[in-house]
Unconditional design. Structure first.
Length: 330
C-alpha cells in the first residue's frame, strides 16, 4: 500500500508540543508485527493535553497521537493474530512513546492487543475507550477492597459528567450501588440521573478547602479530579471506606492530611490504565460487557471526525465535553 493518509501527529512547534494534521504513508508507521486498519479512536483528557500541548504527553516527537484504537487486523507476523480479527488497544504508551490511534492504519505490538468483546461493536469499544475502561478498573479496585457492597452506602463519583465519570456513574448504578454524582454543570443533572445517579452534588462543595476529618458520608469514591476535591472526598469517607484516584482534571496536588487513613482506616487506591497487565484489562472489559447499559453508553457518546480535533481538544481541556467522544479516523 503506497497511498497516503491523514493522521494527527504531535510535533514540536516553536519548542512546544502541538497536534498537527500530516499526510503519511505506511513507511511512516513503526515496524511492529501487526498492522491494524483503524476504524475509531477516542478523545480522552490525555489526548486533549497532548494535542494542545498543555501536558507533556508525547515523550518523543514527532509521534502519532491517540491513546486508544479499535479496528481490524490486516497483516500479522504473529501467530496469535490473523487478518480479519477485531481488536482494540487502550494505552500501552500509545501517543506517549508509541505511535497511536489517530491514523487510519497503525502497526502495533501483538501483546498490546485485546480481542474485541463479542457484545461490543468497534464504535462502542471506543465509546468506552481508556476513560471507560479506567472507570471499570476503579470499580473493580473498590470491590477488591471488599468493604464496599452494592446497596450499602453512597459511592461518590467526581467529574461525573466527564468521560471517566459518566461510565463510572452508569457502571456503579447498574452494579447495584447508590451513586452520588458530583458535577460543576447544572445542565448535566438530568443526564446524570438518567445514567443512574441517585443524588447530585455541586462540585463547588468539594472544591473549597475543608477540615481533615469531615462528616462521614461516602462508603467509596471514584475521583477523576484530584486536588482539594480528592482531599475532601477522603475527609468525608466513612470508617473503613476506600477512594479510587484516577485523575487530575482539577489539579495534580493532594492537599490532604493522613487523618482519614490513620483514624478512619480509609484507603486511597491508585488507578493506572496505561500499563495495567492484560489479565486485569480483560476483567475490566468483561465487567463492562456484562454490566454497562448500552442505552446509557449511546446517550453519553458522540462520534466526531478527525478534522474536528482542534476544537474538541480545547473543549475537553475546558471541561466542556459531556460523556465520551469517539473519533472516526477515516
Ligand atoms: P473529562 O474532561 O471528560 O472529564 C473530567 C471532568 O472533571 C469534567 O467533565 C468535569 O466534570 C470535571 N472537571 C474539569 N475541570 C475541573 C476542575 N477544574 N475542577 C473540578 N472538576 C473539574 O476527562 P476524562 O474523563 O477523559 O478524564 C478525567 C481524568 O482522569 C483526567 O485527569 C485524566 O487524565 C484522568 N485519567 C486517568 C487515567 C488513568 O490511567 N489513571 C485514565 C483515563 C483518564 P463536571 O463538569 O461533571 O464537574
Amino acid at each position: 500500500m503506497s497511498q497516503s493518509f491523514t493522521a494527527v501527529v504531535i510535533d514540536s512547534v516553536d519548542g512546544k508540543p502541538k497536534g498537527q494534521f500530516r499526510s503519511l504513508t505506511m513507511a511512516d508507521l513503526p515496524d511492529h508485527d501487526v498492522l491494524v486498519q483503524v476504524a475509531y479512536s477516542t478523545l480522552n483528557y490525555k489526548d486533549g493535553l497532548a494535542f494542545t500541548g498543555k501536558g507533556r504527553i508525547a515523550r518523543r516527537m514527532p509521534i502519532i497521537a491517540g491513546a486508544d484504537l479499535a479496528g481490524t487486523v490486516v497483516e500479522s507476523r504473529n501467530a496469535a493474530w490473523k487478518p480479519g480479527d477485531k481488536v482494540l488497544i487502550n494505552g500501552f504508551g500509545l501517543s506517549e512513546t508509541e505511535a497511536g490511534g489517530y491514523s487510519p492504519y497503525q502497526r502495533v505490538k501483538p501483546e498490546w492487543l485485546m480481542r474485541l468483546p463479542d457484545s461490543f461493536s468497534l464504535e462502542q469499544a471506543m465509546a468506552i475507550g481508556t476513560a471507560g475502561y479506567t472507570a471499570a478498573l476503579a470499580v473493580l479496585a473498590l470491590e477488591d477492597w471488599s468493604r464496599i457492597k452494592p446497596g450499602e452506602g453512597e459511592v461518590v463519583v467526581t467529574g461525573a459528567a466527564g468521560g471517566v465519570g459518566s461510565i463510572a456513574v452508569s457502571l456503579l448504578a447498574s452494579s447495584g450501588y447508590l451513586v452520588t454524582a458530583s458535577t460543576g454543570r447544572e445542565e448535566t443533572h438530568d443526564y446524570l440521573k438518567h445514567l443512574g445517579a441517585s443524588a447530585i452534588m455541586d462540585r463547588a462543595s468539594l472544591t473549597e478547602k475543608g477540615g481533615p476529618l469531615q462528616k462521614e458520608r461516602f462508603t467509596g469514591g471514584i475521583d477523576s479530579v484530584g486536588g482539594t476535591t480528592l482531599a475532601n472526598v477522603l475527609a468525608q469517607t466513612v470508617y473503613g471506606g476506600a477512594v479510587a484516584a484516577c485523575g487530575l482534571a482539577g489539579g495534580a496536588d493532594l492537599p490532604a492530611t493522613v487523618m482519614p487513613f490513620i483514624l478512619r482506616g480509609v484507603s486511597l487506591l491508585g488507578i493506572d490504565s496505561v500499563m495495567t497487565p492484560m489479565v486485569k484489562r480483560e476483567r475490566a472489559w468483561q465487567r463492562l460487557a456484562e454490566k454497562l447499559n448500552r442505552d446509557h453508553l449511546a446517550a453519553m457518546t458522540t462520534v466526531e471526525p478527525l478534522s474536528n480535533l482542534p476544537t474538541l481538544a480545547d473543549a475537553i481541556m475546558d471541561g466542556r465535553i459531556r460523556g465520551r467522544v469517539v473519533i472516526d479516523v477515516n
